[in-house]
Design a protein around this ligand. Structure first.
Ligand code: HEC
Ligand code: HEC
Length: 362
């Protein structure tokens, strides 16, 4: 009886193997089913609803594919680096380097931007705002010689010949043949995954929902940050780092350097060609700011203390420095309280969310 069961079992396995769809000899994928299922993004009630991305709607298979690609060193020339090498979940999808390291430890030019709530940024990505969409942004690191150092032709070839990716591309985008796998589908999948990077559960979010309370030091820091006290000095921070995203998403010269003369990095001027934009950079979100040191586009400050010191001095004057950057007159206690408040912007659930973690590690 036992032998019979074993034989039947073996036959069954053989049968089901034969039933498995296969990639056709000419790369045909039509044997695999394609049933796109919408990805239901959980959106925080305090956020304005995310715009629909009609040419790249979120699907379960698309987000899953983007997650794999984000973590897969297959995109880099020597299979050593992936998007996640510079955007680490434990550090709010930033890294701990002054400037990021690409393949062969090549030094990049800027500090990695922490990635949060990217689905609510509709344009102007990068410190200088040079790309218009996440789809466009995702094309860049692969061919940046200081980042993944690869060529798209190479990546497309490897993905088409890969044992599992073609089926995943079929599930995500309904392609009929492996030849349709290209850089634009990779970028669309990465963008879908990145739009699920929603972070809205820091202590400060909980306070706004009435679920937590700030300590007296944190509350004093909050009053300074939002200029809400008659007694404490105003920090002016919320002119630029404000709203659920903790950024206006606009560009400012926040006084890091005197921008009237030559600069190592001219920031937004390199995109607009307008000298008035010299030294202006995208205002970063302050979510998870306690974890994303070093700070600023060039990673020049290693601690929040140094950042506050710089703002307190009023930065370096130049013609296009924002008028909200001025000597603040913060005393030691004010600075400490402001930093205590900045620590309440850490969203630990975001750093631990399984759906955003490396799918290759179990
Ligand atoms: C070698 C390190 C490195 C790698 C690899 C890397 N990034 Fe980045 N990323 C950076 C740096 C540095 C910046 C800021 C660059 C700039 O502004 O010029 C950045 C900026 C971004 C931004 C802009 C965020 C914003 O708020 O404007 C996005 C999105 C992003 N990266 C996604 C990705 C994706 C997707 C990949 C993989 C395809 C990737 N990165 C690979 C270092 C890296
Ligand atoms: C006029 C707008 C403006 C004001 C006011 C302002 N910031 Fe900023 N902040 C910026 C910009 C722009 C950057 C990025 C500058 C760069 O990297 O060149 C920045 C960067 C930062 C960073 C580093 C973020 C990172 O990811 O590297 C921190 C921290 C910060 N600001 C905190 C504050 C605090 C605290 C205050 C109030 C004391 C404040 N800011 C006031 C615009 C502003």
């Amino acid at each position: 009886m036992r032998i019979l069961t074993a034989i039947l079992g073996a036959l069954f396995i053989l049968q089901s193997c034969q039933d498995q769809p296969r990639i056709g000899p000419d790369g045909d994928l039509s044997a695999f089913s394609y049933y796109p299922i919408a990805y239901e993004l959980e959106e925080p009630s305090r956020f304005v609803k995310m715009q629909a991305f009609e040419d790249n709607p979120l699907t379960k298979a698309g987000v899953a594919l983007g997650r794999q690609l984000f973590y897969d060193p297959i995109l880099s020339r020597d299979s050593t680096r992936s998007c996640s090498s510079c955007h680490l979940q434990a550090f709010g999808f930033s890294d701990t380097m002054q400037v990021s390291l690409g393949i062969e430890n090549r030094k990049g030019k800027r500090n990695a931007i922490a990635l949060t709530n990217l689905g609510y940024h509709y344009t102007q990505f990068f410190w200088d705002g040079r790309v218009a969409s996440l789809e466009e942004q995702a094309l860049i690191p692969v061919e940046d010689s200081l980042e993944l150092g690869n060529s798209w032709e190479e990546v497309e070839e490897i993905l088409r010949k890969h044992p599992t990716y073609p089926v995943d591309f079929r599930a995500a985008f309904g392609i009929e043949n492996i030849a349709e796998i290209d850089r634009h589908l990779v970028a669309r999948a990465l963008a879908q995954f990145e739009r699920t990077f929603v972070s809205a559960d820091s202590k400060f979010d909980q306070v706004l929902k009435g679920e937590a309370t700030l300590t007296p030091a944190e509350e004093r820091g909050r009053l300074i940050f939002f200029d809400e006290s008659e007694v404490l000095p105003s920090g002016e921070c919320a002119h630029c780092h404000v709203g659920p995203l903790l950024t206006t998403l606009t560009f400012f010269n926040n006084g890091l350097d005197n921008t009237d003369g030559a600069l190592v990095d001219v920031g937004q001027e390199s995109v607009t060609g307008n000298v008035f934009d010299r030294g202006k950079f995208k205002t970063p979100s302050l979510r998870n700011i306690a974890l994303t040191a070093p700070y600023m586009h060039d990673g020049r400050f290693t601690s929040l203390e140094e950042v506050i010191e710089q703002y307190n001095k009023g930065g370096h004057y130049s013609k296009n420095e924002s008028p909200n950057i001025r000597p603040l007159g913060l005393q030691d206690q004010d600075k400490a309280d402001l930093i205590a408040f900045l620590h309440t912007l850490t969203d630990t659930s975001y750093l631990e969310r399984a759906e955003l973690s490396n799918p290759f590690v179990h």
